[in-house]
Design a binder for this molecule. Structure first.
Ligand code: IVH
Length: 686
């Protein structure tokens, strides 16, 4: 769950608590059947969606990404479907339309013969499996043929052809009635005034998307810049704006593109296509553009794989996409599934989490590592990427940093694809403010102020002061890390204080700490001092390979450490090993004297059975803002909890993020404790 979401979340609870008027109280009768919290959430979501609809459609100034908006809508839709009686609760207020309304006052209106729906949206592979489950249940067999195709990110359009002639082109509007933009649509290449051939229905409403191809969009922005104008931010908004232009020359100039992927009315009905492949063939025969490269697959596994393949290719596609559409290929089966209130039940849109965003550089931080190497880190205004909030990205080393030639306030593009760490992928030099100051490689260590050393290969800038507090802090944090001594509660903030106060210089000093020394530190009280000392004491029992990892010798990770542990057999032996650098030998000797790893085995992996989540069986639902589920799960497991994927009778705790749906509802029904991300963090501790 992105952070903006959390903010919105809290904010909209304030919204529903009566600060903003208009929502009548819930009648007792309705309350009785709905679990606690649900009515409030539905109300809050309705208010929230209405607010963003207004910003998006009326003010053209969205505050959240489409992805976040879609998740709000999806959650609301799910809750409304699960608790239809809540619909009555809000009666008297404006319920948000099921789909946004794109109509404006400047165009004539036209009604659709067949309603123009939206698509239900899903965000995870599990939800795709849920969709497949529904389909299988309805059609009665597993071998469902799906058509899996890109979801074009543009403006929906309906083209009515009567006896092969284009008579009308209408935007979706509210689904029933849209803006008649026929004159503009006629200017779009690919829109034929007459269908080719002879074999057309009496009436057909062809449904598709008007969009701007990546190359055309880039071209438009080149012209904008040449004319000294600000570039357009995104191709979808530009396509939407262009379609509603009243100056035909602008429409022609911008080069819109159309693609067709469905139909509304089709008369006579007997002539309708029997499969989507059949539909594509008809389009091609008529000389109209259909979706290129539809993936036709059979069954759930192949369907999920095809969705994954599109997700993988998305950056390379020549047109803008915001997801993948999965449709039942056979029309007869589509009819079995039928239509829901706002969208067909035979299709679903899988939405991509946006993984690229434009933002502004706010600084470059040079971090001293435990070996003294400085790493430049770009700091920027926070953006939501691939489902989490990002404000920093590593620039790796001085040479890569220099190549960017960053200046203060530069507009940059950042990316976080899948599990990949965030990266800066572009700097927009054209938007650089005149006179902006360039960022340079520092000459002195930002931590200790000692002059920096440039490695011979020129790549790294190094602080060679072994007493550098920055290095000491990093060494300590590494020592205490989970893979190392696993000292819970010793993070960067505390490490910094310990070093700054001169209480700790090297890792062995940790075992010399006393409560008397710790308690006076800011942010440390008697209780947390006792906890920390307890943790430190327990870390003495870590196995040898963990201790070796904790020492942080260059190039010695868990695998090498495990081999070394078996070879040397004890920490005392390691302390005498010739091939080890003197500083590490020194620490090892000290640690032995302090009773570390005295009884330890070379390696074992006993799972922790202590910690704030000891005894808990935890289930996650919905998205978290700062961690992936796997990361959060690892933390909970490290804190003694058992993480399971599904709610069962064993479950003792549910962590609910944004968009939590059925699991949250069931957990509340069963009286299982539910906490949010903030509470999760509080319990995990610093
Ligand atoms: S199928 C009549 N396929 O997404 C067909 N829709 O959010 C029903 N869209 O209303 C939709 N690419 O405007 C379909 N390959 C695709 C699409 C697609 C983009 C749009 C379309 C739809 C909206 C729903």
């Amino acid at each position: 769950m992105p952070v903006v979401f959390l903010a919105v979340f809290t904010w909209c609870f304030a919204f529903s608590s009566g600060l903003v008027g208009g929502v009548p109280p819930v009648p007792e009768s309705a309350r009785a059947t709905i679990p606690p919290g649900i009515v409030e959430r539905v109300r809050a979501l309705r208010a929230e969606v209405a607010y963003h609809d207004d910003l998006y459609f009326k003010q053209a100034a969205p505050e959240i990404s489409d992805y976040d908006y879609d998740r709000l809508k999806a959650e609301l839709g799910r809750l409304e479907a699960a608790y239809p009686n809540i619909t009555d609760v809000g009666a008297g207020t404006r319920l948000p339309a099921a789909i946004g309304d794109d109509r404006d006052d400047s165009w004539p209106k036209a009604r659709h013969r067949v309603r123009m729906g939206s698509l239900d949206k899903v965000f995870t592979a599990d939800e795709l499996a849920g969709f497949h489950g529904t389909v299988v249940e309805a059609v009665g067999h597993e071998d469902v043929v799906y058509s899996v195709e890109p979801k074009f990110d543009g403006v929906a359009i309906s083209l009515t052809y009567e006896a092969g002639r284009l008579v009308r082109a209408v935007t979706r509007g509210n689904g029933e009635e849209g803006d008649d933009v026929t004159p503009n649509v006629r200017l779009i290449s690919g829109v034929r005034p007459r269908l080719r051939g002879e074999d057309w229905p009496d009436v057909v409403e062809l449904r598709g998307e008007i969009h701007l191809r990546a190359a055309d969009f880039a071209q438009i922005n080149v012209r904008q810049r040449e004319a000294g104008l600000a570039p357009f931010a995104n191709p979808r908004n530009l396509a939407a704006g262009t379609l509603k232009q009243h100056d035909p020359s602008v429409v022609t100039e911008r080069g819109l593109t159309v693609v067709l992927f469905g139909w509304g009315a089709w008369e006579p009905a007997a002539d309708r296509p029997t499969t989507l492949a059949d539909f594509q063939t008809r389009l091609t025969g008529w000389g109209l553009p259909s979706v290129p490269r539809v993936r036709e697959v059979k069954g759930l596994m192949a369907m999920q794989a095809a969705v994954g393949a599109w997700a993988h290719e998305r950056e390379e596609l020549p047109y803008p996409t915001d997801g993948v559409v999965v449709k039942l290929d056979r029309v007869a089966e589509q009819l079995v599934l039928g239509e829901g209130p706002a969208a067909p039940r035979w299709a679903v849109a899988y939405k991509f989490a946006p993984n690229r965003a434009t933002t502004r550089l706010t600084g470059v931080e040079w971090q001293v590592g435990r070996s003294g190497v400085l790493t430049p880190v770009a700091e920027f205004e926070p953006v939501n990427l691939a489902g989490s909030q990002v404000a920093r990205a590593t620039l790796h080393h001085a040479v890569r940093f220099a190549a960017w030639d960053f200046h203060e306030g530069d507009v940059i593009v950042v990316e976080k694809a899948g599990d990949i760490i965030p990266a800066v992928v572009e700097v927009d030099r054209l938007q650089r403010v005149a006179g902006a100051v360039a960022y340079d490689v520092p000459e002195r260590c930002p931590s200790c102020g000692v002059a920096l050393w440039r490695e011979e290969d020129g790549v790294d800038v190094v602080c060679r002061n072994a007493a550098c507090p920055g290095q000491r802090v990093r060494r300590l944090v590494h020592f205490a890390s989970r893979a190392g001594m696993n000292i819970d509660g010793l993070g960067p903030a505390l490490a910094e204080r310990l070093v700054a106060e001169g209480l700790v210089r090297g890792p062995p000093d940790l075992y010399r700490l006393t409560a008397a020394a710790l308690v006076p530190l800011p942010g440390v009280g008697p209780a947390s001092a006792a906890r920390l000392l307890d943790e430190i004491a327990m870390s003495r029992e870590r196995n040898l390979s963990a201790v070796i990892v904790a020492l942080g010798m260059p190039g010695v990770g868990p695998v090498t450490a495990a081999e070394m542990a078996v070879r040397v057999g004890s920490l005392a032996n390691l302390a005498e090993a010739e091939e080890i650098e003197p500083v590490y030998r020194g620490w090892a000797r000290e640690l032995v004297a302090l009773g570390v790893a005295r009884r330890s085995l070379p390696a074992d992996d006993t799972a922790p059975s202590r910690g704030p989540f000891a005894g808990d069986v935890v289930v996650f639902t919905g998205g978290l803002a700062t961690w992936t589920r796997a990361e959060a799960g690892q933390r909970v497991a490290a804190a003694g909890g058992v993480v399971e994927s599904r709610l069962t009778a064993r479950t003792t705790l549910v962590v609910a993020g944004a968009n939590a749906g059925a699991t949250l509802i069931r957990a509340r029904e069963r009286g299982v404790e539910v906490i949010d991300e903030a509470e999760l963090k509080r319990r995990l501790g610093p």
